[in-house]
Design a protein around this ligand. Sequence first.
Ligand SMILES: Nc1ncnc2c1ncn2[C@@H]1O[C@H](COP(=O)(O)OP(=O)(O)O)[C@@H](O)[C@H]1O
Ligand SMILES: [Mg+2]
Length: 341
Amino acid sequence: MNTNDTIDFFDELDNDEQTDKVLNAGKRPPRNTGKHPKKLSMSDRKFVHQQDDSRSNFKFTYKAARFEEWWLLDSLGSFYEHKWIADVLKRVKGGKEASVYQCQPGAEVDASFVAAKVYRPRSLRNLKNDAEYRVGRIDLGEDGNALVKKAEVHAIAKRTSYGEELRHQSWIAHEFKTMEALYMAGVDVPKPYAMEKNAILMEFVGDIGTAAPSLNSVALDLDEATALYERTVRNIDIMLTHNRIHGDLSAYNILYWEGDIKLIDFPQVVLPESNPSSWMIFQRDVTRVCQYFSTQGVACNAKELAADLWTSHGHKIFKEVDPKFLDPEKPEDRRAWEKQK
Ligand SMILES: Nc1ncnc2c1ncn2[C@@H]1O[C@H](COP(=O)(O)OP(=O)(O)O)[C@@H](O)[C@H]1O
Ligand SMILES: [Mg+2]
C-alpha cells in the first residue's frame, strides 16, 4: 500500500457505518425520557473533571479523517496527558503497518518536534508475518517487560484474540526497547521518548517543513557515500555487540538529514544467538545496505562484509538448518533435510 492508498483506506472507513459502530461502541443511544438527567455521583464527577483536564482537550491541527481522528485520540491520548505531545501537526507517512506523524512536543520534551509512530489497529493491520522474527524472542507487554504469566503465554500460543492483542503489543514494545538500548549504545537511531500500547514517540528527524528523506531517495557524492557507508557498517557492528540484528535494514529504513543518518523501524529485531535464521537475516540486511551504497559508487562486497562482521562477534556461519526448524509438510524443507542427512 502506498500513502494514497492508506489515505483512501481511512477515508473509506470514515464513510463506513462500521466506523460509527466503533466510535459508539459502549455508548448507549440517548433516550428522551422526559425526566431530569441523573445527577453525577462523586466518582463520576471526579472522572469528568479529570477528563476535562486532559484527553478531552486534545485537539490537533492535523486534519484527520474521522476514523483516523478516533484512532489518533485513542493511540496518542496518553502521550498528551503526560505532556509528551501538545499537538499533531501532520502525517509524514502512512505505511502498511504504521503511520508516522510530526507532533509538537509537550512540556516534558525538550525538542522542536517529535515523531509519533502509530500502529494500525491490530484487526485492520496487514500484520507482517512475524513468525520468523519471533523465534527466540521473549514476548513483551505494554510496559516493555517480559510476559511471563501462564495465561498470557497460553493466549499468544493459542492465538486467541487476547493473544493477538498481546502479540501486537509485544511487536511495538520490541521496537521501543530496542531503540532505547541502541540509543544508549551509541547507534544512530532517533532518541526514543515513550511507548504506549499502540504507538511510539521519538525524536523527529527533519525540520518544520520537511521530514528527512530515506537514503534510497538520496544521491550522494562519493566522499559522502563512503563516509556514510562506513558509518552504517559501524552501526551494524555496534548492534551486533549489543546482540541485535535489525532484520529489515535497507536504504528505506535509514533516514538522511544534514549529512547524518538515523536507522529506524525496529519491531522485527532479531537476536543472533537465539534465532536459527539469524545468519540468513543478517546477510540479507548487509546485502541490502551494500546494494544501495554500490549504486553510489562505493566498492563493497556484501558476502565478505557480512561474514567478517558475523564471525568477528564469535558467531558461526550456518550451512545447515537445525532439523527442529524444518517443516516436514513443506517440500523445500523436506529437500533441505534430505540434503543434510
Ligand atoms: N523519527 C522520524 N522522523 C521523521 N520521519 C520518520 C521518523 N520515523 C519514521 N519516519 C518516516 O515514516 C516512515 C515509516 O516509518 P517506519 O518506522 O519505517 O515504519 P514502516 O513499518 O511503515 O516502514 C519512514 O520511512 C520515514 O519516512
Ligand atoms: Mg520502514
